[in-house]
Design a protein around this ligand. Sequence first.
Ligand SMILES: Cc1ncc(C[n+]2csc(CCOP(=O)(O)OP(=O)(O)O)c2C)c(N)n1
Length: 623
Amino acid sequence: MRILPTISGPEDVKKLSLKECEQLSSEVRQCIIDTVSQQGGHLASNLGIVDLTIALHRSFDSPKDQIVFDVGHQVYAHKLLTGRQEIFKTLRSYHGMSGFPSRAESEHDLFDTGHSSTSISMALGLARARDLKGENHHVVAVVGDGALTGGECYEAMNDAGQGPTRLIVILNDNEMSISKNVGALSEYFKKIRASASWYGGKKRLKARITRIPLIGKPLARISENIMNMVKSVTTGGELFEALGFRYLGPFDGKNIEEMSRVFEEAKAIPDMPVLIHIVTKKGYGYDLAERQPERFHGTAPFRVETGLKRGLSSSKSAAVCAGEILVRLATEDNRVLAVTAAMRSGTGLSEFAQYFPQRFFDVGIAEQHAVTLCAGLARGGFRPFFAVYATFFQRAYDQMIHDVCLQNLPVCILADHAGLVGDDGKTHHGVFVIPMCLSMPNLLLLAPRDSKEMELAMRAVLRADSPSVIAYPKEQIEPYAADIEGRSFEIGRWQILAEGSDTVILAVGRMTMHAVKAAEILDKKGIHAAVVDCCSLKPMDTDLLFDLGARGLPLVTVEEGQLEGGMGSEIARLLDEKGLPAPKLMIGIGDHFVTHGAMSCLLEECGLMPQQIADRVTDLLHG
Ligand SMILES: Cc1ncc(C[n+]2csc(CCOP(=O)(O)OP(=O)(O)O)c2C)c(N)n1
């Protein structure tokens, strides 16, 4: 009989025998494989954490006990065990289940998360709140070894180590971030894990002693006590002990019984934080994901038998284009360096890393450090390009202002995944990058509309001696608009993509293509709209803007980002300063967070599809 369908909440997990838990574990894994192969999603991390999740729900009493998962991409088993089996098949689809923790979905999800390295701070806050209220439940943070490369974890541990707050941190160590984990800490964990091989030896020795007739069993008990005493001396964890934590581990993340026992032990430790080191295997239970954990970290729908993606896309992502361009630039100019914060392949830098290993730096999940490192590299005479998803770049707001722009250093941020990103949803949309950057003095902010413009933009910033951000979307940006007569990309110059006598649509990035299509729709209705590509957002092309403003045609702005403080607002401010009328219509994302789902659904929801733009322009002119 299948066990998973009988689990409607953690209380049902607690009723299971150990053997039944093991059966549940393989059913959960199968369900995750089946669903992710249909829907896409984070596979390898979720497979690796199934047994640990079952052990957590056996020992802790969620939602009374509070469990916070770091990042939140690995909560599929948690969702399946906390009453969400029915909606699991809708994973990451529009109006379906989120791929990340979601407060709206369940009382078992404490925060809506998607960014890394926040769980220990969140859990410490919950634990202190508990103590202030005189409550006594447990608070648990589950954090990966990748997430533990993020500095915020150490700020939190340093604080927690002051005691006397009771807090349990579980280190889910699978040796992987998205790719192989990097840095001195990953070496440290390697040493601790190596000492864990001692456990295998210990188990074998115990089995052998137990088999000795008559005295075997008591002898095994005595020797285990001695071995346990040795354990705390030999297994490391000094780093965490120095931070004021009690360190327990490492333990086998496939052994539900052992983990349950350790969790019970940890629950009994009073008035201090405890770190439990669990060793798991990314991709566990699906051979292809075990062998290629990076490929299956996050995946599009795929065929289970072969691992091949369903529906191959022939076009290159913008990230791959950026990576290829960077290789070309690095070949021509040996000052060019590439930096990533644990997103080597995601940001298209794998090729660069192969060709120029000395000029490539993976700093771990440390966007703040990455930006300031770039400041140092630029100050030292180099031209660093930091390729980062726009949403994670938000982390480095102050570093960008204080360490880069204030120093006026030639650091270039390649802000990938700018705009909506689709099924990862609200934690991942890169819709704040324009408002975030428009106010930074000395900064160049460029948003090329396609791969051809992207190369021109990257070459332009290399020639300029300034801080810069080049923003581009997640998906492909194949050239689509014909060359503008003899005109090459220029910082501070916009490009007229279509002429028109009734209105002017000022658009940026991917929205320029939507504006061109909207203009075609309008044309059929007898409305002639000019379309301008505002590819240089800082500085803006004020000559052209004021000229257009002075013509008296109604202006419309279209951007795939927050309207507050965005391109339209800035254009309105500039026009107002000049005594010219503000745009009549500003299209973009309102003052809310956008959900997850297929990109087309989200663009539609935000009113950013060509037909919707055309309809609103029609209403403006004829309404
Ligand atoms: C601030 C931030 N930067 C980058 C990412 C992208 N990212 C998502 S998961 C991940 C790796 C996490 O590794 P780990 O914590 O070890 O978890 P695992 O997937 O190995 O279980 C990265 C880099 C992110 N979510 N947040």
